[in-house]
Design a protein around this ligand. Structure first.
Ligand code: 9PG
Length: 551
């Protein structure tokens, strides 16, 4: 039937539609819309926290990211080789006359793609609802969020998190010190205690007013072996107690749905892992010099193990959990109990959420829509880094999920529409100049985005800050500027205006020769042994850096 929208007549495969505020809703398993003209821009929607989400000119196709070894952990691997404009759950097109059309699923396991002059949306199985709207992007994304909230819930309203009871969330969210973006995996107990004391939480004049001290990756014996390693002799409960003594809440990072071959669960409970139709383990990517696998949470015993793990972390004294690499559970595979992959993920997350009780749950590396309503905060972009961008990631690997400030700004900015549903975590900001290649402008873009998100985190080591950096960090943590959107890419934040426009576009497509070099590099990066060696080199250079820059 023809769908009438904002003066446009769109031939479609919809059998029936109903009108809704701003547009129409159709229920279809496959919905095709014929557009009046070929679009000039497409809004890509990445599957999980780190995956590219951006408006891209249709004459600048997104090529498959390199290396493919990382596809399961950077994109939805089912669609990672698709070169037509596409994305998870929703997509939008801008027509040559500037008119914008949006097609978004209100259910899970759905995808949208631009095929020539047709916009196509489909569900991986069965029927589901589609919202079709046009007009102003801020308005239609708000409408989409509203409808999703009704179907998936709003974690913020529903949950009984400690944070929610303690304060008005929008005006005073948690401020988090996180160990990752300075120390990475090289953390140990006495070093973290020194940092904790240097934050001087007891000193109201000089102290840095953080609310949470969050220990990131590096405390555990292994991915799947969630017990403290030898660098944490007082145990995780001992450290949590020390953190709490300072008045801060203790936070802990885990990747509870991942298992690596060196972990004991891998050997003892192979049947808990996600397998494919042929009985082979499903790859969840490659990191820490190891192949990653996923826990199949439809396996009741694996689910019990997961619940016990969450309760253990709570029992140790952690009130804030950063749960990472969560996409693993939503990868396609043959589950112990047959169910759609994102529904299976949601079941797992529901169990985690319940087991964590009142603790604040920050999801990371998390499939976006399936996490709505079941967490407090969600990382909505790739990792930041001490560099803005790199020739390697932009031009050779064409990898826009890789850690870097430009990649983080771009994707996070395009996910701000999620704010009514969840705390959007833009990742940490930097104030330090030590161990940092960012310009002042680049650092302030991150700070502005954190103000917009009202989610403030930093990994700056107090001893690395100059006096003036320390006081600007302090002011940043204390400030509560008024935030107002003033244009498509611009915001007024307190007394200054910031335009992200120049920072959220895509780099030019590389020329043929650069692309060829990139193919060689991408090929090499697909060799696990080389990746492992690369990981080792990185670790050694990190150790050296930290020796030269004591905390
Ligand atoms: C700990 C880190 C930090 C960080 C998380 C996550 O695409 N990648 O290769 C990729 C690797 C690691 C990564 C993100 C992406 O970092 O986002 O904050 O907790 O794990 O290992």
């Amino acid at each position: 039937m023809n769908i009438q929208l904002n003066g446009l007549t769109l031939p479609s495969t919809a059998a029936d539609i109903r009108t809704t505020k701003g547009g129409v809703i159709a229920i279809e398993s496959l919905l095709t819309l014929s557009l009046p003209a070929a679009p000039v821009r497409y809004l890509y929607s990445g599957w999980q926290s780190w995956s590219l989400t951006a408006w891209v000119d249709t004459d600048r196709p997104i090529r498959p990211m390199r290396p493919s070894l990382l596809h399961p952990m950077q994109a939805d691997p089912v669609y990672a080789r698709e070169t037509r404009p596409h994305g998870s759950w929703y997509g939008a097109v801008e027509l040559p006359d500037g008119q914008v059309l949006f097609l978004g699923a209100l259910g899970l396991e759905s995808h949208v793609m631009l095929d020539g002059q047709s916009l196509v949306g489909w569900y991986e199985s069965g029927n589901g609802e589609w919202l079709l709207v046009s007009g102003d992007e801020t308005e239609f994304m708000a409408r989409y969020a509203e409808l999703l909230g009704k179907r998936l819930g709003k974690g913020r309203d529903d949950s009984t998190s400690i944070l929610r009871q303690a304060q008005d969330l929008r005006s005073a969210p948690y401020r988090v010190w996180c160990s990752w973006y300075s120390l990475y995996t090289e953390i140990y107990e006495t070093q973290l205690l020194k940092i904790l004391s240097d934050l001087s939480p007891f000193d109201s004049a000089q102290g840095l007013p953080f609310d949470v001290f969050q220990i990131d990756d590096g405390w555990q014996i292994g991915i799947g072996d969630w017990e403290p390693n030898a660098k944490f002799p007082s145990g995780m409960d001992g450290l949590a107690a020390r953190i709490q003594e300072t008045g801060l809440k203790a936070g802990l990072w885990l990747a509870p749905l991942l298992v690596v071959p060196s972990a004991s669960v891998y050997h003892e409970h192979r049947d808990w892992l996600l397998h494919d139709e042929n009985g082979k383990l499903v790859s969840a990517g490659f990191n820490w010099g190891e192949q990653l696998y996923a826990l199949d949470t439809t396996h009741p015993v694996a689910l019990d193990w997961l619940t016990a793990l969450m309760k253990k972390v709570r029992g140790w004294g952690y009130d804030y959990a950063k749960l990472d690499f969560l996409y693993a559970r939503a990868l396609p595979g043959k589950h112990h109990v047959d169910m759609p992959r994102e529904a299976a993920y949601r079941n797992g997350l529901k169990t985690i959420h319940a087991a964590l009780g009142e603790a604040y749950l920050l999801t990371c590396g998390a499939p976006i829509l399936p996490s709505i309503g079941l967490c407090d905060g969600m990382r909505v972009g790739p990792d930041v880094a001490e560099t803005y961008t790199s020739h390697r990631d932009d031009d050779l690997l064409m990898n826009f999920a890789a850690p870097g400030v430009r990649n983080a700004l771009r994707t996070t900015f395009n996910r701000l529409w999620l704010q009514p549903l969840v705390h959007t975590d833009p990742d940490v900001v930097y104030f330090r100049s030590r161990q940092n290649n960012l310009t002042l402008e680049q650092k302030s873009l991150l700070q502005d985005l954190a103000q917009i998100c009202n989610f403030k985190a930093s990994s700056d080591i107090p001893a690395w800050l100059t006096d003036s950096e320390r006081s600007t960090l302090r002011e940043f943590l204390e400030s509560r500027p008024e935030v107002r959107k003033t244009g498509r890419t611009a915001y007024q934040i307190g007394d200054h205006e910031v335009d992200f426009g120049l920072h959220i576009g895509m780099p030019h497509l590389p020329d043929t020769f650069t692309n060829l070099k990139g193919a060689v590099l991408g090929g090499l990066a697909n060799v696990p042994l080389l990746m492992k060696a690369f990981d080792k080199l990185g670790k050694n250079s990190l150790k050296k850096t930290l020796k030269q820059n004591p905390v």
